[in-house]
Design a protein around this ligand. Structure first.
Ligand code: PMT
Length: 409
């Protein structure tokens, strides 16, 4: 049984601003890393007056980001990539000036551009003297941030209540970490649920060295397995040939062919609450795989490979579905063909289907992004999502499933 530290695998962007409390950031980074988080520090230029970037890059084992360009080689630091990478952004300490700029959408340093591109929830731990903190401009700015869903961590609303005299002072690092842990454990909406995911391609042998396959990398299915795991589910991932490593704390069964994928999925399907079929399964396999390598010289006439159909894993398992189980599939189309996806949804007896199309740039095989439409068997119109990172797409699918589950009970 794999025990996850509460922040294992969580990507946290830690923004540090120019405040005397910046010295506490080193303790904060250490505490986050100890809980298993992967931390990327982004500093404002004035933060560097208070704490050396070297201290932070040594702790995180990653270069600190503070400029738009790397001074050494001129390479561009992408705030957009950081916004997509992060599961959470924490700005601690957050000075009055940074809070004011955040409230007003000012983007004159790397930390602020990262904040404006952030796709993940943001937490702010203010740090300033009491008069600045009490000023109505600061109060207004903090209220603006709150109204945008940003969580403000202050002494007194924390786990280590420090009394009113602490206002304006940055909350202690251990208490900040407790806030972050509480946030992630609240998002464990699928605790006690078992989830089966099929992913990747299948390879069907023509001879000992050749196969029929497709371009699936396994990225989408692995992102799904991680997103369901992060929502508290116990996940079994049946994964076809993929160069990617097994995701942490997921029961990963590696298979090669469609027949193996079906066999490996049968038992976990019986035990699961939710099954998502994201694999790109070869619909046909050579009737007989040639032992050895077929040589050009052996062929007088055109080479004919006789194919036979593979089982449809999604349809076979969904046909055995209990009323308390939820099944979802994917439809990969060359056009945005909602009607075809609806046909697959019905014929495979699925509860929902996720349509992605190769005609939309950045979608489908191999790439890190995807654009999906979810078609629910109960609804007429698809839910249309924007193009985004596959990790975010996976979270969108988890949210959809959580919504369906809430509806079911
Ligand atoms: O792995 P990546 O590079 O990240 O790419 C992700 C992806 C494009 C492979 C993924 O997003 C996706 O679209 N997966 C489904 C691919 C597919 O084969 O779609 P389909 O429309 O042919 O199949 C419809 C459904 O039936 C799918 O849920 C599929 O898993 C299932 N199926 C199909 C055939 C079969 N023999 N058995 C099945 O279970």
């Amino acid at each position: 049984m794999c025990i996850m530290e509460s922040l294992v695998g969580k990507h946290i962007v830690l923004g540090i601003t120019g405040s005397i409390a910046a010295y506490k950031s080193a303790y904060l980074v250490r505490a986050l890393i100890k809980k298993g988080a992967d931390v990327q520090v982004v500093m404002t230029p004035s933060a560097k007056e208070f704490i050396a970037p070297l201290t932070l890059s040594t702790l995180t084992q990653k270069p600190v980001v503070s400029e738009f360009f790397d001074r050494r080689d001129g390479s561009w630091h992408s705030h957009v990539a950081l916004g997509q990478w992060a599961d959470l952004m924490l700005i601690a300490p957050a000075s009055a000036s940074t809070i004011a700029k955040m409230a007003n959408g000012i983007a004159d340093n790397m930390l602020l551009t990262t904040y404006l591109s952030m796709k993940a929830p943001t937490f702010v731990a203010p740090a300033m003297d009491l008069d600045m903190y009490r000023h109505e401009a600061t109060t207004d700015n903090l209220n603006t941030l709150k109204s945008r869903g940003i969580t403000i961590i202050e002494p007194g609303n924390g786990f280590l209540a420090s009394g009113l005299e602490g206002k304006g002072r940055m909350e202690e690092p251990e208490a900040i970490v407790k806030h972050i842990e509480a946030f992630f454990s609240k998002s464990q909406q699928l605790g006690n649920k078992k989830v089966l995911i099929t992913a990747g391609p299948t390879y069907e042998a023509i001879d000992t060295v050749r196969f029929i396959g497709n371009h699936s990398s396994g990225k989408m299915g692995i992102a799904l397995a991680e997103a369901f795991r992060d929502a508290g589910a116990e996940v079994t991932l049946v994964l076809g040939p993929s160069a990617l490593p097994d995701p942490e704390c997921v029961h990963c069964i590696r298979v090669t062919t469609a027949l193996e994928m079906l066999a490996a999925s049968e038992r976990p399907f019986k035990e699961c609450d939710i099954a998502i079929f994201s694999a790109a399964v070869a619909d046909f396999r050579p009737k007989k795989a040639f032992q050895g390598k077929i040589k050009r010289e052996m062929q007088q006439d055109p080479l004919i490979i006789e194919l036979e159909p593979n089982p449809d894993i999604a349809a076979t398992l969904s046909a055995q579905k209990r009323s308390d189980q939820l099944t979802g599939g994917f439809a990969l189309e060359t056009e945005v063909n909602v009607l075809e996806a609806q046909r697959k949804l019905k014929s495979k007896q699925l509860d929902f289907i996720v349509l992605n199309s190769l005609s939309e740039a950045g979608s489908g095989f191999g790439v890190d992004t995807n654009r999906i439409r979810i078609i629910d068997k109960e609804e007429k119109d698809p839910i249309v999502y924007p193009l985004t990172d596959k990790k975010e797409v996976a979270r969108q699918i988890v949210d959809f499933v959580v919504g369906k589950q809430a509806h079911a009970y």
